[in-house]
Write a protein that binds this ligand. Structure first.
Ligand code: G3P
Ligand code: MG
Length: 249
């Protein structure tokens, strides 16, 4: 089996939303769990509170992963901090709070974890979110860690991030690899494409690789599937269970 590119400092296994198979996603507990399970990098999602604070959250709506409800974008940071983001997963995690990006960076620095930070704008706030997150990272990224990788499904957010942090490595997120993937990466000056492994074909993986871009896949929770993707030349996978893919690290 070909090992993914050694030229990149980014490892071939990245814990998705922290170790989200073992701890509530996008929490400090999930970041800690990822480090405990041997992950070197984590991915997490960042969106903005009503008052513009970057916080870790995947869904626009609070209902699935908190004891609140309604759109996150309508809540201030202080309102968001009242919510419990652990109990839905297990009562063991009751009392976990939505982390701010600042708290997440402090945890990464303490744990020595690298990160792919996914810019996840709520609808209508694409440029603001890309700009805010990239500007904050440019200022506050811990000096003991490798440079972070920024990614987004939103072209507007990526363009805004580029505007404030031109040299920060960036990846475009897609579900299926579109036919115009190359033009999109050129337009946004991205060095990597992140796609859903379910729709990836071997030929498409080769096409991306041959054009000189990094290719990573989400969300891969089986070692057999990871092995197949690495055989296709995929550079990395996002997994909820970094422990299952430990043999690749
Ligand atoms: O960044 C990889 C993956 O997290 C993208 O999808 O929906 O899990 O944020 P999602
Ligand atoms: Mg994500």
């Amino acid at each position: 089996m070909e090992k993914p590119s050694a030229s990149s400092a980014i490892p071939c296994v990245i814990a998705h939303r922290g170790a989200s198979g073992h701890a509530p996603e996008n929490t400090l507990a999930a970041l800690r769990k990822a480090a405990e399970l041997g992950a070197i990098w984590v991915e997490f999602d960042v969106m903005l509170s009503r008052d513009g604070w970057p916080v870790l959250m995947h869904d626009d709506d609070l209902a699935r992963t908190t004891d609140g409800r309604g759109p996150l974008a309508e809540m201030s940071l202080s309102q968001l901090r009242e919510l419990d983001v652990g109990r839905w997963f297990s009562k063991v995690f009751a009392g976990e709070r939505i982390p701010t990006l600042k708290e997440a960076l402090a945890a990464l620095a303490e744990l020595g974890l690298g990160a792919n930070i996914e810019i996840k704008p709520t609808p209508g706030r694409e440029t603001e979110t890309g700009h805010t997150v990239a500007a904050y990272l440019a200022e506050a990224w811990p000096s003991n860690l490798p440079q972070p990788l920024l990614s987004s499904f939103s072209r507007e957010a990526l363009a805004a991030a580029r505007g404030v942090a031109e040299t920060a490595p960036r990846a475009l997120l897609v579900n299926r690899v579109p036919s115009d993937w190359h033009a999109r990466l050129i337009e946004l000056d991205c060095g990597a494409l992140h796609c859903n492994h379910r729709f990836l074909k071997r030929e498409k993986a080769a096409e991306v690789q041959e054009a000189g871009y990094s290719l990573r896949c989400y969300t891969v929770n089986s070692a057999a599937r990871a092995r197949m993707l690495f055989d296709w030349g995929v550079d990395g996978v996002f997994t909820d269970y970094p422990d299952r893919l430990r043999s690749f690290v």
